[in-house]
Design a protein. Sequence first.
Length: 135
Amino acid sequence: MSRVPPGLPDDPAAPDVRVSVQVQHLPQHSIPGRQLFTYVIVIENHADDTWQVMTRHWFITDGAGRVTEVEGEGVVGEQPIIPAGGSFTYDSFVTVEATPGRMRGWYTLRNAWGQGARVPIPEFLLDVPGQRVLN
């Protein structure tokens, strides 16, 4: 179990690449103690250069505070190249033991000249609609 850093420092070399996320709970594939969520990520390149997604780094925190850190090459088995003005969309899934959970992280990118940069993935909520937590 990892500890999520309080905040990711801004990367002054980061290009104008924007990440948006839409998440959905899948109750038909969930059971108590294992809630399944699917998410769709859009990576939009508003920079003047072409950028390639080299790696991903996630912090997944469940409702009990357990943190899972995931890192690896590219996304969904690819290292997509995103031209200036272009975008790349993919979907994936995650399970958490307890809700509400949260995910956030970053992508490491590289341009044609080998310059690297880190682009944040905004934090998003993994929650079961209509579920209430009573204290």
